[in-house]
Design a protein around this ligand. Structure first.
Ligand SMILES: *Cc1c(COP(=O)(O)O)cnc(C)c1O
Length: 498
């Protein structure tokens, strides 16, 4: 199977080529030339999650050997990485089935893809012409950095450097990163905000001098962000896995549709559900849940994408985003793979901050239902769901729950819903504790006190990776200014080589 660019101006490449480069040279995103079809439960029902992942990867990554695929899936989703379960489905009401994607090493759903991507990338590099080692550069506002560090730690042939804004991440997220273990990992605080870190990383990718300096050290830079097909394809697996589980429990019969509800930011997770639908997963509606940064709500209702609005800081920070890069793949598919149209919409987005794809409105409203929830609704939902079901939602998942209730009220719920839960409630402990205990309950307490308090109050166990954090020692103390990021990377690599 070959891969083409959504903008139509790049040569086709293999799946390994798409994963190695991340993004097409014409600025577009890679897409497979054809979409495989799912013919029913057979390959999946008897398999554990690793086997389900191997089946799906083999459908898309046709230039990988069966051994590479099964080996990657087994390593990514081992019981060491996911001690309790990989992607369990928890039935809370006759219609709501929560798909928990936070049982990995960093307690957020980014692990589902970032545990697998390093293995896929390692083989992709081996299949390329140049046998260089890979340097992964990441700018993070929190969750992605930690998940990438855990995913790439001690993976042969790779080094990883994560930049985070010195005063721009939560104490828990910072502690998760600065205590990171592994022999190929580096973490640097940038004196600036997330935009400074992000701009700095982009400048490094583009810098000839920097890349030449890397080449002299036998390294080539690459990216682990969500435009890489290698990060998207692992996310299709859990939709098939969840549906298969519902069939096995007789909640649906094979072929009967489900609704899928996704808390959405960069549109990667819900786009994976859309590709599962294209492959033949029986989906009634994809419910796209947004927070106050509701650019996608307007787009999916009208076909008009307009990012020209204030950026709002919310209690669901991983969904605070105004430019959702993976929408480009959706436009490509719904326009009948019209790369000229996609290129012109993206040009308009870059030049004016908006584009008009209203020719697609009918398809968009047919496939998606969408709404958003504000911070007040998010906190109320956490409190109410805990009271009614004894179940803890993190703020992102609470946005999804709240929007699902709006959907059910507007449409009547005719079929079971898979509601995607993207983070452990303990990862966003302050908001969750606030919802349960009120302002007085959380005042003056630090992150670890809040974790303990939440565990005592609810009887829920603290996820092992978060519980163990407290006793870890700081391993990464490097701080640099935005202008010195390149120099800092090279000096970290050279110190390590000694
Ligand atoms: C990244 C993230 C999201 C948003 O997912 P997208 O694929 O970017 O739409 C939602 N919740 C959490 C906890 C996340 O880390």
């Amino acid at each position: 199977m070959e891969y083409i660019s959504t903008r139509g101006m790049s040569p086709t490449t293999s799946s390994a080529g798409a994963i190695r480069t991340g993004m097409a040279p014409d600025g577009g995103l890679y897409i497979p030339t054809s979409i495989p079809t799912w013919r029913g439960p057979e390959p999946l029902s008897a398999a554990a999650y690793q086997g389900r992942a191997a089946w799906l990867l083999a459908e898309f990554l046709t230039d990988y050997t069966p051994g590479e695929i099964t080996g990657s899936a087994a390593a990514a989703y081992s019981s060491e990485k996911f001690p309790e379960a990989v992607a369990p489905v928890r039935t809370l009401t006759p219609s709501i089935h929560v798909l928990e994607l936070w049982h990995g090493p960093t307690s957020a759903f980014k692990d589902m893809a970032l545990q697998l991507l390093p293995h896929l990338l390692r083989y992709a590099v081996a299949k390329g012409e140049k046998q260089q080692r890979t340097l992964i550069l990441v700018a993070t506002s929190g969750d992605t950095g930690k998940a990438a560090l855990e995913g790439f730690r001690d993976v042969p042939g790779t080094e990883i450097v994560v930049f985070y804004p010195a005063r721009g991440v939560s104490p828990m997220q910072q502690w998760q990163m600065v205590t990171q273990e592994g022999n190929n990992v580096h973490v640097v605080a940038v004196e600036g905000n997330f935009d400074d870190a992000q701009r700095g990383v982009k400048a490094l990718f583009a810098s000839r001098d920097f890349n030449a300096a890397l080449a002299r050290r036998g390294l080539q830079s690459s990216s682990a962000n969500s435009i890489n097909w290698g990060r998207l394809v692992p996310q299709l697996v859990y939709y098939f896995s969840a549906y298969t589980d519902l069939v096995a429990r007789s909640i649906v019969r094979q072929g009967e549709p489900v609704d899928i509800v996704v808390p959405t930011g960069n549109f990667g997770n819900i786009l994976a559900a859309f590709y599962a639908l294209l492959m033949g997963l029986p989906v009634h509606k994809l419910v796209c849940a947004a927070n106050a940064n509701n650019v996608l709500v307007d787009f999916l209702r009208t076909g008009i994408y307009d990012r020209r609005r204030p950026f709002v800081k919310t209690l669901s920070p991983s969904m605070d985003i105004l430019v959702s890069s993976n929408v480009e793949r959706l436009l490509f598919e719904l326009s009948g793979r019209d790369s000229r149209a996609v290129a012109s919409w993206m040009e308009s987005l870059a030049a004016e901050g908006a584009y008009d794809a209203s020719s697609l409105t009918e398809q968009l409203t047919d496939i998606f239902w969408t709404d958003w929830a504000g911070d007040d609704e998010t906190l109320q939902t956490i409190g109410r769901v805990y009271q009614e079901h004894g179940y803890l939602l993190d703020p992102h998942t609470a946005v999804a729950w709240s929007v699902y209730e709006k959907y059910a009220a507007a449409r009547g719920s005719s079929c079971p819903a898979i509601l995607v839960s993207t983070a452990s409630p303990f990862k966003f402990n302050r908001s969750v504790a606030l919802a349960l205990l009120g302002e007085e309950g959380v005042q003056g307490k630090d992150e670890f006190e809040l974790v303990d308090l939440l565990a005592r109050h609810t009887g829920w166990p603290v996820p092992v990776p978060l519980r163990d954090l407290k006793g870890k020692s700081v391993r990464h103390k490097t701080v640099c200014s935005p202008g010195d990021m390149g120099k800092t990377v090279l000096s970290l690599l050279d110190q390590q080589a000694k």
